[in-house]
Design a protein around this ligand. Structure first.
Ligand code: BYC
Length: 330
């Protein structure tokens, strides 16, 4: 009798706790539905927090790894002006990585842990940065197509329900928009240049087109996170919707430059009011995100080396901060 009484008491306690949890989750969803931003000190479901840490840290890693393919061209940029612009752009990417790691830390995770996940190969970063930059035209493609795709995705993220991520995106989008224009300008210069330059820029477009479409993530039918992320307003559009928007704005830009999109199935569909396009090579996408793209190993190796070689800078910065603290305290 006595123990049965205890069990009933424990059951009632559990039921009350889960009713309370449910009420908190409903109140959280109401806030989201009313477009009230979630801030770091607010209560949030554990799965919301984990989803954000996953997405924001992958995003931060992408910015940092994204410096590598462009970094290859700093010494080979065709003029001093191009070199200065490219350097400034690469520094911007480092800055984006820093805002994003900082936004991620507001969710209670340590930056060192996130970087460790990247360097150990556990964390993902955007598939696009596993492709090589073979010619100067590829630098134009990164600006025009890769930053163009990134903006299409990030403009929507400015309205993400989590305040620190949404606010980081506002500044990032302004800088990305400059990046996209500098890329388009490189592509335009080459497209209006010599026969050899036109051939080079068309070859770069042929190689970057499909990987750029993969940046938006797998098709909606295979996207495991979209439905919940849309409900929580972390994502505002599905992967396929954003991909379609990107195709619709980019194809006329290519036509204006006299370039051909490497997709025989691409055509305007007046009934839909959109371009129809061919099937993205999804096998290649899955291969690349599982670590077997053309440059995955090289990129991780470069990041690991940079991290090891930068150890003295981190130690010096910490020693300097400790000295200043000690001086202030004295
Ligand atoms: N690459 O359920 P899904 C830049 C993963 S940097 C690799 O649709 P979600 C720039 C996905 O993580 C801009 N992995 O996921 C920098 C998931 O795996 P896990 C980078 C991908 O999160 C320097 C699985 O596939 N932008 O612009 O709902 C120089 C299933 O996908 C990719 C961002 O990071 C991919 N392309 O949607 C120049 C934007 N796609 O985690 C330029 C922020 C999917 O379950 N991120 N996966 O193991 C997002 O908006 C979303 O995370 C995504 C994917 C749309 C990318």
């Amino acid at each position: 009798m006595y123990s049965q009484g205890l069990d009933i008491g424990a059951d009632a306690g559990r039921a009350a706790a889960s009713a309370e949890e449910l009420a908190r989750e409903e109140a959280f969803q109401r806030k989201i539905d009313q477009e009230i931003k979630i801030e770091p000190q607010d209560w949030m479901p554990e799965a919301y927090r984990r989803t954000l840490i996953r997405q924001i840290s992958q995003h931060a890693h992408s910015e940092v790894v994204g410096m590598l393919p462009e970094g290859n061209w700093v010494t080979r940029a065709p003029s001093l002006r191009r070199k200065a612009i490219l350097l400034a752009k690469i520094q911007d990417e480092a800055g984006h990585g820093l805002y994003l790691y900082a936004a991620c830390e507001t969710l209670g995770v340590d930056r060192a842990e996130l970087i460790d996940q990247l360097l150990s190969g556990k964390a993902k970063y955007s598939s696009i940065f596993n492709y090589p930059t073979l010619t100067w035209a590829d630098i134009g493609m990164i600006g025009w197509l890769v930053d163009g795709a990134a903006i299409m995705n990030q403009v929507a993220l400015q309205r993400c329900s989590y305040g620190p991520y949404a606010r980081a995106m506002v500044r990032i989008c302004k800088e990305e928009s400059f990046h996209q224009r500098q890329g388009y300008e490189i592509v335009m210069t080459l497209a209006r240049g010599t026969r050899e330059q036109r051939r080079m820029v068309q070859d770069a477009l042929n190689r970057w087109w499909w990987p750029a479409l993969m940046m938006f993530g797998p098709p909606d039918r295979d996207s495991v996170h979209t439905a919940q992320s849309m409900k929580w307003k972390i994502k505002r559009f599905t992967n396929d919707d954003l991909r379609q928007k990107f195709v619709d704005v980019t194809v006329p830009q290519a036509h204006y430059l006299g370039l051909e999109i490497p997709d025989p199935e691409l055509r305007w569909n007046p009934e839909r009011g959109h371009y129809d396009f061919g099937e993205v090579p999804w096998d290649e996408f899955w291969r690349v995100i599982r670590g077997d793209g053309p440059c995955n190993r090289q990129r991780l190796e470069q990041r690991r080396r940079a991290f090891a070689e930068g150890a003295w800078v981190r130690e010096a910065a910490l020693a300097h901060a400790a000295k200043r603290r000690a001086r202030r305290a004295a």
